[in-house]
Design a protein around this ligand. Structure first.
Ligand code: NAD
Length: 375
């Protein structure tokens, strides 16, 4: 269901990693050129497309046709849709199917899907035959602006999310913004929280642009390509500076400490999608920053207003079902993040576009802040 090509040129963002640099190509209708781009990078390679059942229905035939048009033979591995596919058993199945299809070391894995498929297929590519090349073709907004870039791959363990995995960079990312036309609105909105995150981290002008243009991003006008490109540019710069998250890659976790605890409290279920949890988490991070005298209360209010206008949840009370209490959330935060002598590292803000890593935040202050928010 790819929409017709427009005449505008695709935007290319480079992820400048020494010896492993790659391009993120962003534009409407790019899937049709997938085969040509792959053939140019790896002449003669075969490909295995890993996707999920939902994405397969809308976009697999077009991806296969695009590869075939460039003379590339492809196999497909189709897994069930959803977070439960980031499991040991599905990882085993994908690896076994790649091996059975005789995908060799010089061949390629193509991850066609959202963040779940990118993480699972990327991890399989990092392991099969001691590491194979892979191409990301992200099909959700979250995957186009976040998970397909930067090389974090992996699956979940019984102990928590993303605990088993590898850093494995793709050789190419093709972000065809037309693929988002088939996304359910709620999944589109959840991905939008990660777009707004880039403005809140380090680009106040981008946040102001989003306040004026977010409807266009959802509608799929060229504003969508612009939003994806600005987001990818920031992520690419941060990843190139700090691939392994020993420094400022942690800024990308704005809203994630609160967000992960809320997701865990909601049982990682469809009560609260990841991006929705990040929306509430970012609002809490700004409110906590304002309460601590770090940022103007008006900035915190502006963040909440914009995310709510875009249809995202912004308060813990927006989560349907039972609400966790402050002690439970602190316990979950402690499982996700190391607490050292009663202190936690948080991403806080001195204003919109002025986020920073705060390494010494008192757990007691977070607990009383959460208790206030829950009362
Ligand atoms: P997802 O991959 O589960 O996709 C959400 C749903 O949308 C699925 O049901 C999928 O089948 C469907 N879908 C995907 N593309 C579609 C399309 N074009 N049309 C219609 N339906 C479509 O979820 P997600 O939100 O993309 O990603 C979440 C995952 O990403 C989480 O597992 C999270 O841990 C991971 N993540 C990874 C990183 C990273 O750096 N590796 C960063 C952020 C998030």
């Amino acid at each position: 269901m790819t929409a017709p090509l427009r005449t505008t040129d695709p935007v290319v963002v480079e992820v400048a990693l020494a010896g492993r640099a790659y391009e993120i190509v962003i534009g409407r209708g790019l899937l049709a050129g997938l085969g040509q781009r792959v053939a140019a990078l790896r002449p003669g390679a075969r490909a295995a497309i890993v996707t999920d059942q939902v994405v397969a229905e809308s976009h697999l035939a077009a991806a296969q046709a695009a590869l075939a048009a460039a003379g590339i033979e492809s196999n497909c591995v189709i897994v069930p849709a959803g977070e439960t596919s980031k499991s040991y058993s599905m990882f085993e199945r994908v690896c076994e199917e790649l091996i059975a299809a005789r995908i060799e070391r010089g061949d390629l894995v193509v991850a066609l899907g959202g963040g779940v498929i990118g993480d699972l297929a990327g991890f399989a590519a990092s392991a099969v035959r001691r590491g194979m090349d892979f191409v990301q073709v992200p099909t959700t907004l979250l995957a186009q602006v976040d998970s397909s870039v930067g090389g974090k791959t992996g699956i979940n363990s019984g102990h928590g999310k993303n605990l088993v995995g590898a850093f494995h960079q793709p050789i190419l990312v093709i972000a065809d913004t037309a693929l988002l036309d088939t996304l359910p609105p709620r999944i589109m909105r959840a991905g939008y929280a990660e777009v707004a995150k880039y403005g809140l981290i380090a680009d106040a002008d981008f946040f102001a642009w989003l306040e004026a243009n977010w409807r266009e991003v959802f509608a799929g006008t060229p504003a969508r390509e612009h939003a994806v490109a600005v987001s990818c540019r920031m992520k690419a710069q941060i990843v190139a500076r700090d691939e392994r998250e020993t420094g400022d890659r942690a800024l990308l976790n704005l809203g994630h400490t609160f967000g992960h605890a809320l997701e865990a409290a909601a049982g990682f279920s469809d009560r609260l999608y990841h991006g929705e949890a990040i929306s509430i988490g970012m609002v809490l991070a700004f409110a906590f920053s304002a309460r601590s005298g770090l940022c103007a209360p008006a900035d915190a209010e502006r963040v909440a207003r914009h995310l709510a206008a875009a249809g995202l949840p912004t308060r813990i009370s927006d989560i349907p079902g039972d609400r966790p209490d402050a002690d439970r959330l602190i316990e979950l935060i402690g499982q996700d993040k190391k607490v050292r002598r009663g202190k936690l590292t948080f991403i806080l803000a001195r204003g919109i576009g002025k986020s920073f890593i705060a390494p010494d935040i008192d757990v007691a202050a977070i607990r009383s802040f959460l208790a206030e928010n829950l009362s």
